[in-house]
Design a binder for this molecule. Structure first.
Ligand SMILES: [Zn+2]
Length: 171
């Protein structure tokens, strides 16, 4: 994995992205709670693929599933992102779920470049760029560039700035 510091740093960026989008769309019932929740969930989600695979409820804290399998499954996280995005503004649970999915995907992106790779669809795929912990700065910088880009697009142009997201919206 990328170092946990890197996962946290990119997690904040994921939280910002989620919060910006939720703020623009309206996060359901009490509006700014949705924004806040999506941010917090984004930060939590960014480390989730790693802590979800640890049996933290047991003493031994062993992995109950193999590292980087199910919890790092790209389709699962994308599905959560799409479904929660669809329900934004319709359900109070959508905002935190959306934030969580943003965080989870950010985690996958951070893990992707190192040799173990990420199982996006079926088999693990790696960009094979560097070993764990190396070049964290690049990963973190890229995540913040993404946050800046999305934030700016969303604020300047509304959801029209991100047409691919608009397609996912409920009518
Ligand atoms: Zn990981």
């Amino acid at each position: 994995m990328a170092s946990s510091k890197a996962h946290h740093a990119t997690g904040f960026a994921a939280g910002v992205i989620a919060a910006a989008i939720v703020a623009r769309i309206g996060g359901g019932a009490p509006f700014h709670i949705g924004v806040l929740l999506s941010f917090v969930a984004g930060v939590a989600g960014s480390t989730a693929p790693d802590w979800l695979e640890v049996a933290w409820w047991s003493r031994a804290r062993r992995l109950w599933i193999t590292h980087r399998t199910l919890t790092h499954w790209g389709i699962g996280w994308l599905a959560l992102l799409a479904v929660s995005y669809h329900w934004l503004g319709h359900s109070a649970y959508a905002a935190p779920a959306f934030g969580f999915a943003c965080g989870g995907l950010m985690h996958l992106f951070a893990d992707w470049p190192n040799p173990l790779g990420v199982p996006w669809i079926a088999r693990r795929h790696s960009l094979n760029l560097w070993n764990s912990g190396h070049c964290d700065l690049i990963v973190v910088a890229a995540s913040w560039a993404a946050a800046y880009f999305v934030g700016q697009q969303v604020w300047l142009h509304g959801m029209h700035g991100v047409p691919w997201l608009q397609h996912l919206r409920a009518g």
